[in-house]
Design a protein around this ligand. Structure first.
Ligand code: SF4
Ligand code: MG
Length: 333
Protein backbone atom coordinates (compact mmCIF):
# COMPACT_ATOMS: atom_id res chain seq x y z
CA UNK A 1 0.00 0.00 0.00
CA UNK A 2 1.34 3.47 -0.80
CA UNK A 3 1.81 5.88 2.11
CA UNK A 4 -1.21 8.04 2.93
CA UNK A 5 0.77 11.10 1.89
CA UNK A 6 4.00 11.00 -0.04
CA UNK A 7 5.65 14.30 -0.89
CA UNK A 8 8.40 13.83 -3.43
CA UNK A 9 11.14 16.26 -4.39
CA UNK A 10 8.88 19.27 -3.87
CA UNK A 11 9.97 22.76 -4.90
CA UNK A 12 8.09 25.97 -4.12
CA UNK A 13 9.14 29.48 -5.14
CA UNK A 14 7.77 32.90 -4.42
CA UNK A 15 8.35 35.43 -7.15
CA UNK A 16 8.80 38.76 -5.43
CA UNK A 17 9.99 42.16 -6.49
CA UNK A 18 13.33 41.45 -4.83
CA UNK A 19 13.79 38.18 -6.67
CA UNK A 20 12.88 34.52 -6.35
CA UNK A 21 12.43 33.29 -2.79
CA UNK A 22 13.32 29.61 -2.78
CA UNK A 23 11.06 28.53 0.05
CA UNK A 24 11.04 24.75 -0.53
CA UNK A 25 13.96 23.05 -2.22
CA UNK A 26 13.47 19.37 -2.90
CA UNK A 27 11.50 18.16 0.11
CA UNK A 28 10.65 14.48 0.52
CA UNK A 29 8.48 13.21 3.32
CA UNK A 30 5.72 10.71 3.88
CA UNK A 31 3.17 9.79 6.50
CA UNK A 32 1.07 6.64 6.87
CA UNK A 33 -2.43 6.25 8.22
CA UNK A 34 -2.29 6.28 12.00
CA UNK A 35 1.16 7.82 12.01
CA UNK A 36 2.41 11.18 13.26
CA UNK A 37 5.18 13.01 11.47
CA UNK A 38 6.62 16.05 13.21
CA UNK A 39 8.14 18.65 10.91
CA UNK A 40 10.55 20.74 12.85
CA UNK A 41 12.40 23.93 12.05
CA UNK A 42 12.75 27.62 12.76
CA UNK A 43 10.41 30.07 11.12
CA UNK A 44 11.29 30.50 7.48
CA UNK A 45 12.52 26.91 7.15
CA UNK A 46 9.77 26.06 4.66
CA UNK A 47 7.72 23.82 6.93
CA UNK A 48 4.50 25.85 6.65
CA UNK A 49 4.94 26.49 2.94
CA UNK A 50 5.35 22.76 2.30
CA UNK A 51 2.11 22.16 4.22
CA UNK A 52 0.29 24.87 2.30
CA UNK A 53 1.41 23.26 -0.95
CA UNK A 54 0.07 19.90 0.27
CA UNK A 55 -3.26 21.47 1.24
CA UNK A 56 -3.43 23.44 -1.99
CA UNK A 57 -3.70 26.77 -0.18
CA UNK A 58 -0.44 28.35 -1.33
CA UNK A 59 -0.77 32.05 -1.82
CA UNK A 60 -0.40 32.07 -5.58
CA UNK A 61 0.72 34.30 -7.04
CA UNK A 62 3.36 34.89 -5.76
CA UNK A 63 3.86 31.24 -4.64
CA UNK A 64 4.27 28.42 -7.15
CA UNK A 65 5.01 24.74 -6.93
CA UNK A 66 7.82 24.47 -9.46
CA UNK A 67 8.62 20.78 -9.13
CA UNK A 68 7.83 17.51 -7.48
CA UNK A 69 4.79 15.44 -6.66
CA UNK A 70 2.30 15.33 -3.82
CA UNK A 71 0.85 11.83 -3.76
CA UNK A 72 -2.23 11.33 -1.59
CA UNK A 73 -3.14 7.64 -1.49
CA UNK A 74 -1.13 7.30 -4.67
CA UNK A 75 -2.81 10.13 -6.56
CA UNK A 76 -0.80 13.24 -7.45
CA UNK A 77 -2.76 16.19 -6.07
CA UNK A 78 -0.87 18.57 -8.32
CA UNK A 79 -2.64 17.08 -11.34
CA UNK A 80 -6.16 17.64 -9.97
CA UNK A 81 -8.49 20.40 -11.13
CA UNK A 82 -9.10 23.19 -8.60
CA UNK A 83 -12.57 21.74 -7.98
CA UNK A 84 -11.32 18.24 -7.29
CA UNK A 85 -8.64 19.70 -5.07
CA UNK A 86 -11.21 21.58 -3.04
CA UNK A 87 -13.17 18.39 -2.51
CA UNK A 88 -10.07 16.69 -1.10
CA UNK A 89 -9.43 19.62 1.21
CA UNK A 90 -11.76 19.68 4.17
CA UNK A 91 -13.28 16.29 3.57
CA UNK A 92 -10.14 14.17 3.26
CA UNK A 93 -7.43 16.44 4.61
CA UNK A 94 -7.79 19.37 6.98
CA UNK A 95 -5.51 21.90 8.59
CA UNK A 96 -5.30 23.41 12.05
CA UNK A 97 -3.59 26.77 12.44
CA UNK A 98 -1.90 28.50 15.33
CA UNK A 99 -4.36 31.34 15.54
CA UNK A 100 -7.86 30.01 16.08
CA UNK A 101 -9.35 33.45 16.58
CA UNK A 102 -8.54 34.54 13.05
CA UNK A 103 -9.56 31.19 11.55
CA UNK A 104 -13.04 31.22 13.07
CA UNK A 105 -15.79 33.61 12.06
CA UNK A 106 -16.14 36.11 14.93
CA UNK A 107 -19.83 36.87 14.30
CA UNK A 108 -21.14 33.30 14.18
CA UNK A 109 -21.54 30.98 17.15
CA UNK A 110 -19.16 28.04 17.22
CA UNK A 111 -22.09 25.61 17.18
CA UNK A 112 -23.34 27.26 14.00
CA UNK A 113 -19.92 27.10 12.35
CA UNK A 114 -19.53 23.43 13.19
CA UNK A 115 -23.08 22.59 12.12
CA UNK A 116 -22.50 24.36 8.81
CA UNK A 117 -19.80 21.81 7.95
CA UNK A 118 -22.34 18.98 8.20
CA UNK A 119 -25.05 20.87 6.34
CA UNK A 120 -22.77 21.84 3.46
CA UNK A 121 -20.70 18.66 3.12
CA UNK A 122 -23.05 15.99 4.42
CA UNK A 123 -26.40 17.46 3.47
CA UNK A 124 -27.66 17.14 7.05
CA UNK A 125 -30.74 19.03 8.23
CA UNK A 126 -30.15 21.92 10.61
CA UNK A 127 -31.33 19.88 13.53
CA UNK A 128 -29.14 16.87 12.79
CA UNK A 129 -26.15 19.12 12.02
CA UNK A 130 -26.66 20.97 15.27
CA UNK A 131 -26.73 17.72 17.26
CA UNK A 132 -23.55 16.54 15.53
CA UNK A 133 -21.88 19.87 16.32
CA UNK A 134 -22.60 19.48 20.02
CA UNK A 135 -21.41 15.87 19.95
CA UNK A 136 -18.19 17.02 18.32
CA UNK A 137 -17.65 19.77 20.90
CA UNK A 138 -18.13 17.12 23.53
CA UNK A 139 -15.61 14.86 21.84
CA UNK A 140 -12.95 17.59 21.94
CA UNK A 141 -13.71 17.88 25.65
CA UNK A 142 -15.41 21.24 25.82
CA UNK A 143 -17.27 21.27 29.13
CA UNK A 144 -21.04 21.85 28.94
CA UNK A 145 -20.92 21.58 25.13
CA UNK A 146 -24.68 21.83 24.63
CA UNK A 147 -24.86 25.09 26.57
CA UNK A 148 -21.77 26.55 24.95
CA UNK A 149 -22.68 25.84 21.32
CA UNK A 150 -24.37 29.22 21.10
CA UNK A 151 -21.28 31.12 22.27
CA UNK A 152 -19.07 33.14 19.95
CA UNK A 153 -15.36 32.41 19.45
CA UNK A 154 -14.19 35.31 21.65
CA UNK A 155 -16.16 33.88 24.58
CA UNK A 156 -13.83 30.88 24.77
CA UNK A 157 -10.34 30.71 26.25
CA UNK A 158 -7.41 30.20 23.87
CA UNK A 159 -7.18 26.51 24.72
CA UNK A 160 -10.92 25.94 24.24
CA UNK A 161 -10.80 27.81 20.93
CA UNK A 162 -8.01 25.56 19.76
CA UNK A 163 -10.21 22.57 20.66
CA UNK A 164 -12.93 24.06 18.50
CA UNK A 165 -10.42 24.35 15.65
CA UNK A 166 -9.60 20.68 16.14
CA UNK A 167 -13.31 19.89 16.05
CA UNK A 168 -13.70 21.82 12.78
CA UNK A 169 -10.77 19.92 11.26
CA UNK A 170 -12.12 16.58 12.52
CA UNK A 171 -15.73 17.17 11.55
CA UNK A 172 -15.66 15.32 8.25
CA UNK A 173 -13.28 12.64 9.58
CA UNK A 174 -10.39 13.39 7.22
CA UNK A 175 -7.65 10.85 6.63
CA UNK A 176 -4.94 13.47 7.16
CA UNK A 177 -4.66 16.44 9.49
CA UNK A 178 -1.91 19.01 9.26
CA UNK A 179 -1.47 21.04 12.43
CA UNK A 180 0.73 24.11 12.04
CA UNK A 181 2.04 25.23 15.44
CA UNK A 182 -1.32 24.28 16.99
CA UNK A 183 -0.27 25.05 20.55
CA UNK A 184 2.30 27.79 20.14
CA UNK A 185 -0.02 30.57 21.27
CA UNK A 186 -1.09 28.70 24.43
CA UNK A 187 0.49 28.52 27.84
CA UNK A 188 2.41 25.42 28.75
CA UNK A 189 -0.21 23.43 30.71
CA UNK A 190 -2.88 24.11 28.11
CA UNK A 191 -0.39 23.22 25.36
CA UNK A 192 0.04 19.78 26.86
CA UNK A 193 -3.71 19.19 27.11
CA UNK A 194 -4.40 20.25 23.54
CA UNK A 195 -1.53 18.14 22.26
CA UNK A 196 -2.82 15.15 24.19
CA UNK A 197 -6.30 15.63 22.75
CA UNK A 198 -4.91 15.78 19.24
CA UNK A 199 -2.86 12.65 19.80
CA UNK A 200 -5.82 10.78 21.28
CA UNK A 201 -8.11 11.67 18.38
CA UNK A 202 -5.40 10.81 15.89
CA UNK A 203 -5.10 7.33 17.39
CA UNK A 204 -8.83 6.83 17.73
CA UNK A 205 -9.51 7.71 14.10
CA UNK A 206 -6.25 6.33 12.72
CA UNK A 207 -5.58 9.56 10.90
CA UNK A 208 -2.25 10.60 9.52
CA UNK A 209 -1.03 13.65 11.41
CA UNK A 210 1.62 16.14 10.37
CA UNK A 211 2.61 18.27 13.28
CA UNK A 212 4.53 21.40 12.34
CA UNK A 213 6.45 23.00 15.14
CA UNK A 214 9.56 24.97 16.02
CA UNK A 215 9.56 23.34 19.45
CA UNK A 216 11.21 19.93 19.81
CA UNK A 217 9.90 19.81 23.37
CA UNK A 218 6.28 19.27 22.32
CA UNK A 219 6.75 16.40 19.88
CA UNK A 220 8.61 13.76 21.88
CA UNK A 221 5.49 12.12 23.27
CA UNK A 222 3.27 12.33 20.22
CA UNK A 223 5.36 11.90 17.07
CA UNK A 224 6.48 8.64 15.48
CA UNK A 225 9.08 10.27 13.28
CA UNK A 226 10.63 13.64 12.70
CA UNK A 227 11.76 15.59 9.66
CA UNK A 228 13.99 18.56 10.49
CA UNK A 229 13.89 21.39 7.95
CA UNK A 230 16.40 24.11 7.25
CA UNK A 231 16.50 26.59 4.37
CA UNK A 232 13.63 24.87 2.60
CA UNK A 233 14.98 21.37 2.72
CA UNK A 234 15.05 18.39 5.01
CA UNK A 235 18.35 18.08 6.82
CA UNK A 236 17.54 15.12 9.02
CA UNK A 237 14.85 12.45 9.25
CA UNK A 238 14.59 9.86 12.00
CA UNK A 239 12.26 7.87 14.23
CA UNK A 240 11.56 10.23 17.12
CA UNK A 241 13.40 8.45 19.91
CA UNK A 242 16.47 7.76 17.81
CA UNK A 243 16.71 11.44 16.99
CA UNK A 244 16.52 12.51 20.62
CA UNK A 245 19.06 9.95 21.64
CA UNK A 246 21.58 10.66 18.94
CA UNK A 247 21.05 13.48 16.46
CA UNK A 248 22.86 13.04 13.15
CA UNK A 249 22.99 16.70 12.13
CA UNK A 250 24.59 19.65 13.97
CA UNK A 251 21.45 21.72 13.44
CA UNK A 252 19.29 19.10 15.16
CA UNK A 253 21.82 18.90 17.96
CA UNK A 254 21.59 22.67 18.36
CA UNK A 255 17.81 22.48 18.54
CA UNK A 256 17.99 19.73 21.15
CA UNK A 257 20.51 21.66 23.19
CA UNK A 258 18.23 24.67 23.23
CA UNK A 259 15.31 22.84 24.90
CA UNK A 260 14.96 23.98 28.52
CA UNK A 261 15.56 21.07 30.89
CA UNK A 262 14.48 20.72 34.47
CA UNK A 263 17.84 19.39 35.59
CA UNK A 264 19.58 22.45 34.21
CA UNK A 265 17.43 25.08 35.84
CA UNK A 266 19.21 28.37 36.20
CA UNK A 267 21.85 27.57 33.62
CA UNK A 268 21.95 29.69 30.53
CA UNK A 269 20.20 28.04 27.63
CA UNK A 270 22.16 27.16 24.53
CA UNK A 271 21.12 29.05 21.40
CA UNK A 272 22.20 28.34 17.84
CA UNK A 273 24.19 31.40 16.81
CA UNK A 274 23.10 33.56 13.89
CA UNK A 275 19.91 33.59 11.88
CA UNK A 276 18.34 31.29 9.30
CA UNK A 277 19.42 32.24 5.78
CA UNK A 278 17.66 34.70 3.54
CA UNK A 279 15.88 32.48 1.04
CA UNK A 280 16.60 34.98 -1.72
CA UNK A 281 20.27 34.16 -1.25
CA UNK A 282 20.77 30.71 0.18
CA UNK A 283 24.46 30.22 1.03
CA UNK A 284 26.44 27.94 -1.30
CA UNK A 285 27.64 24.59 -0.01
CA UNK A 286 25.83 23.42 3.10
CA UNK A 287 23.19 26.07 3.81
CA UNK A 288 23.84 25.68 7.54
CA UNK A 289 27.60 26.33 7.30
CA UNK A 290 27.59 29.99 8.41
CA UNK A 291 26.03 28.89 11.73
CA UNK A 292 27.48 25.45 12.15
CA UNK A 293 29.90 24.88 15.04
CA UNK A 294 31.36 21.89 13.17
CA UNK A 295 31.78 23.53 9.75
CA UNK A 296 34.99 22.96 7.79
CA UNK A 297 36.28 24.45 4.56
CA UNK A 298 34.53 21.87 2.39
CA UNK A 299 31.15 22.82 3.89
CA UNK A 300 31.22 26.25 2.25
CA UNK A 301 31.48 24.78 -1.24
CA UNK A 302 30.15 21.24 -1.19
CA UNK A 303 26.39 20.91 -0.81
CA UNK A 304 25.69 17.74 1.20
CA UNK A 305 23.12 15.24 -0.11
CA UNK A 306 20.88 13.39 2.34
CA UNK A 307 23.13 10.57 3.45
CA UNK A 308 21.67 7.30 4.68
CA UNK A 309 22.54 7.01 8.33
CA UNK A 310 23.87 3.70 9.62
CA UNK A 311 24.76 2.19 12.94
CA UNK A 312 28.34 2.60 14.07
CA UNK A 313 29.12 -0.81 12.58
CA UNK A 314 27.55 0.10 9.24
CA UNK A 315 24.20 -1.65 9.74
CA UNK A 316 21.41 0.29 8.03
CA UNK A 317 18.91 2.28 10.13
CA UNK A 318 15.55 2.43 8.33
CA UNK A 319 14.07 5.91 8.08
CA UNK A 320 17.22 7.76 9.08
CA UNK A 321 19.07 10.24 6.93
CA UNK A 322 21.26 13.29 7.47
CA UNK A 323 22.22 16.17 5.23
CA UNK A 324 25.61 16.63 6.87
CA UNK A 325 28.93 15.53 5.37
CA UNK A 326 30.11 14.74 8.87
CA UNK A 327 27.07 13.00 10.28
CA UNK A 328 29.17 10.13 11.59
CA UNK A 329 31.17 12.44 13.79
CA UNK A 330 28.04 14.24 14.89
CA UNK A 331 26.48 10.95 15.93
CA UNK A 332 29.34 8.88 17.18
CA UNK A 333 31.99 11.50 18.05
FE1 SF4 B 1 27.93 21.66 9.51
FE2 SF4 B 1 29.36 20.99 7.39
FE3 SF4 B 1 27.62 19.29 8.38
FE4 SF4 B 1 26.78 21.47 7.12
S1 SF4 B 1 27.92 19.76 6.23
S2 SF4 B 1 25.99 20.68 9.00
S3 SF4 B 1 28.32 22.93 7.77
S4 SF4 B 1 29.46 20.04 9.39
MG1 MG C 1 5.05 28.90 10.06
Amino acid sequence: MPPLLDVRDLYVEFRTRDGVVRAVNGVDYSVDAGQTLAVLGESGSGKSVTAQAVMGILDSPPGYVTGGRILFQGQDLLTLTPDARRRVRGARMAMIFQDALSSLNPVLSVGYQLAEMFQVHRGDSRKVARAKAVELMDRVRIPAAAQRAGDFPHQFSGGMRQRIMIAMAMALEPELIIADEPTTALDVTVQAQVMELLADLQREYRMGLILITHDLGVVADVADKIAVMYAGRIVETAPVHALYKRPAHPYTRGLLDSIPRLDQKGQELYAIKGLPPNLLRIPPGCPFHPRCPQARDVCAVDDPPLYEVTERDGAPVPGRASGCHFWKETMYG
